[in-house]
Design a protein around this ligand. Sequence first.
Ligand code: UD1
Ligand code: UDP
Length: 368
Amino acid sequence: TAVTIVLGTRPEIIKLAPVIDACEERGVGYSVVHTGQHYSEELDAVFFDQLELPTPDHNLAVGSGSHSAQTGAMIREIESVFLDEEPEVVLVQGDTNTVLAGSIAASKLDCVLGHVEAGLRSFDRGMPEEVNRVLADHAADYLFCPTDQAARYLREEGVPVDRIEVTGNTIVDSVIGYRDLAAEKSRVLAENDLTADEFCLLTAHRAENVDDRARFSSLLDGVAGFASESGLDVVYPIHPRARERLDEFEIDLPSAITTVEPQDFLDFLRLESTARLVFTDSGGVQEEACILGTPCVTLRDNTERPETVDVGANRVVGVGPDAIAAGARDALDAGTDWENPFGDGRAADRILDLVGVGPATSVGGVSG
Ligand code: UD1
Ligand code: UDP
């Protein structure tokens, strides 16, 4: 095949959907390898249905496990697909274990590897995602950076400049493609008794937060404290990892916070667009809030998306209740007329132009 796309988790499905669509539009021969890192309906199939993506050509059904067991099983299975398909180019996206596995398998077989969303850095090697993204970047032949900042980090690490391209982030392609449809079709506000601008959206699923009882409790208390002070409701679409930890740690969820199932993309976009404020530890949610013009408070000690902070869309506050409340007050007081730093929504076409598959478009370069 010309292009083999490796994906495995919710954010990769959402952010590679525009690349898959662009392959379809150009009539490029491509295949999709799903590692099965995410497999629950609400983290997986729901996005294939809603984004009208073809069923993956291969589902490796690797599932959950320790990092090495999961990553190792993926490498072995991906290698056999690559041996069979002899891809001209392999594409991976982001920083998950699926990305690490796809990158290692491609590099061992000397396949040409493109890393979509390259050059992000939190400079926190304690996060599995940071190690994954650094290793993927250093294995890749094409590094598709969302912004100039990401490209600078790569140059500083000595990545040869001819491998580095600034394309914008494909999440802009996805948000532009689905934002209006979400406004038209989604009934999520009515279904959850929410009023636009009168609620906050919360997501928290990252290992360093939810796997640590003290941090998880602290962030919930901080968000709930702000909810009481401001009179805003909080809705929390809860990732299965966080749900499991909440039960295991027997944390009493503060009454100001209402958990709901993970949402599909249209409903989630609608929640993000209409929330007064977003609290999150997600990478993609920081970007989407910034693109959609909703202030964000990030419940982490650092971010690999500094552009969101630089434009005034995001505050990185950690998980202490006082800092969360202060960040939220600050976010409400600030304006929302920042510029989206993640590109113009034509990243997917740029990526396919750069790898040279299918007829080139006239989208040109981007200065991030
Ligand atoms: C993974 C990524 C993280 C990303 C997130 C997106 C890594 C190291 N982490 O974290 O960077 O932000 O995906 O959502 O790659 N589970 C289910 N159903 C599923 C998948 C997982 O119930 O479909 C539960 C299982 O109990 C599993 C746990 O969630 O053990 C964690 O899953 P895993 O894929 O290891 O990591 P995520 O937390 O989803
Ligand atoms: N998302 C969704 N439903 C939800 C929560 C998130 O569709 O209930 C989408 C969100 O729009 C974003 C992506 O999932 O595009 C972010 O994924 P996640 O937070 O799981 O991972 P991260 O971006 O932190 O790796």
